[in-house]
Design a protein around this ligand. Sequence first.
Ligand code: PMV
Length: 336
Amino acid sequence: MINEGNDRRGFSGYGHSAAHPSLALIKYWGKADSVENLPATPSLAVTLGGLKTETSVWISRSTIGEIRADAVFIDGVLQEKKRFKPFFREFRKLIGKKMPGLDVFSIKAESSSDFPASAGLASSSSGFAALACACNDAAGADLTREELSALARIGSASAARSLYGGFTSLGKEKKHAMQLFNENWWPEFRIIILELEKGPKEISSRQAMEQTRLTSPYYNAWVNDSVVLMSEAEAALRDKNLEILGPIIRKSYLRMFATMFAADPPVIYWKPVSLGVIRLCEKMRAEGFPVWETMDAGPQVKIFCTENEAGKIISRIETEFPGVRTRVCAPGSAPV
Ligand code: PMV
């Protein structure tokens, strides 16, 4: 909130937010508009209760003509300005409309997550969702949930979904996400996050998506097919039927990667251990376990299952892949 305090240049505002990442069951991959950052495919996701990003924002008024000094620190490290420029531009545009007196100001943000950033664990979704909410809080702007979701989308389209708890969707070419079911709707649903590899990904999802769109002969087929998968998945989710939902989840991530593998040069996020876990999931399914894996822009594997099975699945993974870090998440809430 804004404090009309002792800042002699007018006021300074402080805001804070904590947001959970959004993990897609049906994947978004490809942009319909790279400036507006509109997704070419619809996505369906769950907000991950066990992981979070916390962000603090300070805004201070600067005088006309003074250089705006935006700075974002993640775990104390100053980030490249380019990554955040479109987001801050959009935030200023929104604020300009709602609060005409606050059109020139500087922003400083400090963010940290309780899970590794930029490693394919969806840190950009919780990161931009928390940033949008903390900026809103700092300015006292009262942006609506839809406005916040659309603002977060400018930074990272998956972040639009992190503005809502439970199960969410972001439609094809849509500006903001929506909630399909809240976090209490399927209480037995669990997500096991496997941290298989440390270190940042080799190519950003933004760059990889463009490479796929421009060079993969399968890209259009992927975009068209994802609409079909989305409606099948929504129906299975409505019935809380993991037996039907699971194979659709698997089709979505494997078809997404098939388009990436076919790009030129190919985009390959997988590591040998990722494939090892995929094979283990296949084996467990053959033994009757309802386990369904997915992957994102990185080597980590995430597994969907029910609460009853989570313990058995984890001990199996720990036996076959000693040293792998596992975390179990239930569907999480909206940012606070
Ligand atoms: O929102 P971005 O740019 O981090 O891209 C997310 C892409 C995937 O994680 C692979 C899929 C998704 O829908 O979250």
